[in-house]
Design a protein around this ligand. Structure first.
Ligand SMILES: [Cu+2]
Length: 133
């Protein structure tokens, strides 16, 4: 009668597996953190945006649809660049004076509102719209 014994072993194993699955499920769920995944492939164009106190230049850049590089260069002060309304979640460029930051993004046709999310900067004028065609 080894069957009864085998059953007894099977139960704890199933519990452990179920527990592992539950853990994996918890950890995998997206919390909208700072992880941004760049698309594969080379950028077909680079969108150069300068930031300063308190402006973006150009304020309304244009770009072709597809994979583009977006570059933020700070002329003065520390600034960042994020997109509004859930577009490109996790995307964030940050640059201090004289430095630059760059990431690739897969852009679809449409308007992308971007801004500097350092408190007060957007209100002071650090906001723009990227038009993708
Ligand atoms: Cu700023």
């Amino acid at each position: 009668m080894n069957r009864g014994r085998a059953r007894r072993w099977a139960t704890p194993a199933a519990v452990v597996i179920a527990g592992l699955l539950a853990l994996a499920g918890c950890g995998g769920g997206g919390g909208g953190g700072s992880s941004y995944k760049e698309p594969k492939g080379p950028a077909q164009a680079t969108i150069d945006i300068k930031g300063g106190n308190f402006f973006f230049d150009p304020k309304n850049p244009q770009a072709p649809a597809g994979v583009d590089a977006i570059k933020l260069e700070s002329e003065q002060g520390v600034h960042d660049l994020v997109f509004d309304k859930g577009k490109l979640p996790g995307f964030k460029l940050e640059a201090s004076s004289g430095k630059s930051d760059e990431l690739r993004a897969n852009l679809k046709p449409g308007n992308y509102t971007f801004f500097c999310d350092i408190p007060g900067h957007r209100e002071a004028g650090m906001e723009g719209t990227l038009t993708v065609t």
